[in-house]
Design a protein around this ligand. Structure first.
Ligand code: ATP
Length: 236
């Protein structure tokens, strides 16, 4: 598996305050990586760093090319897409327009076919295609947010707490679809998730962040067996 994303000694800042203190992380092509950590550990900041939504120092490369210091638009064009915490749908726009907006960087003629593809994956969205995104249920909004993010045909999808506020059955279905679609399309994922058991079940590798640094990293299986991870994140 070749390296898609590599962070070396990444520091992130809100104003003068440093919130990531030298993070190293890699993601291979098509790989699923989970990021665990307590509240305030820096998980969201890590995703924002990759998208260049916060000021960073250190090196962030995508297929070997430095993206640190570039604009977010360039990072998206480079193949990165993010589903932020709280969905990030355009609430006043219809479901259909949200999906088309997700494909805004594309120049190919397949956008319409991709919209139809997502209606097949999520028939509930198809039934509500003319409804404004703001009036969808939480689960439907998350489906839309994921589909919209994948409309740009990224090679890397960043997900911030996709299960937040959703019923367990909806979460299960959503993760099943995510795993299937990303495997089919060879999309790598970095998933920040409180539901550690579910996320470790889907991921190949994981990172545990503590106060802005990487405390533990390794294959998902090993993290599942790690006593500190079990106690803190798996609850047994
Ligand atoms: P949670 O699980 O609660 O979402 P997290 O691990 O995602 O937490 P971050 O949101 O990345 O953590 O926050 C990391 C640190 O950065 C925290 O100390 C937080 O207070 C700080 N921080 C986050 N956003 C900002 C901001 N916009 N301005 C200043 N400090 C911020």
């Amino acid at each position: 598996m070749s390296t898609l994303l590599e962070l070396k000694d990444v520091r992130a800042y809100y104003g003068a305050v440093e919130c990531l203190h030298g993070v190293d992380l890699t993601v291979g092509d098509g790989e699923v990586v989970v990021v665990l950590g307590a509240n305030g550990a820096g998980k969201t900041t890590l995703l924002r760093s990759i998208c260049q939504l916060v000021r960073t120092e250190g090196s962030i490369t995508l297929r070997g090319e430095e993206i640190g210091g570039r604009g977010t638009y360039d990072v998206v064009r480079g193949g990165v897409s993010m589903v932020p915490q709280g969905r990030g749908t355009l609430v006043d726009l219809s479901v259909d327009d949200n999906l088309r907006a997700g494909g805004f960087i594309r120049r190919d003629k397949e956008v319409g076919a991709d919209v139809r593809y997502w209606y097949e994956v999520f028939p509930r969205l198809a039934r509500r295609r003319s409804t404004s995104a703001g009036s969808l249920s939480g689960g439907e909004q998350q489906m839309l947010a994921i589909a919209r993010a994948l409309m740009s045909r990224p090679s890397l999808l960043l997900l911030d707490e996709p299960s937040l506020g959703l019923a367990p059955i909806v979460v299960r279905q959503l993760f099943d679809v995510l795993a299937r679609v990303c495997a089919e399309r060879e999309v790598a994922m970095v998933v920040v998730e409180q539901n550690a058991a579910l996320a470790l079940g889907m991921a190949q590798r994981g990172y545990v962040l503590e106060a802005g640094t990487v405390a533990v990293t390794g294959p998902a299986e090993r993290l599942r067996d790690d006593e500190s991870v079990r106690r803190a994140y798996l609850g047994y």
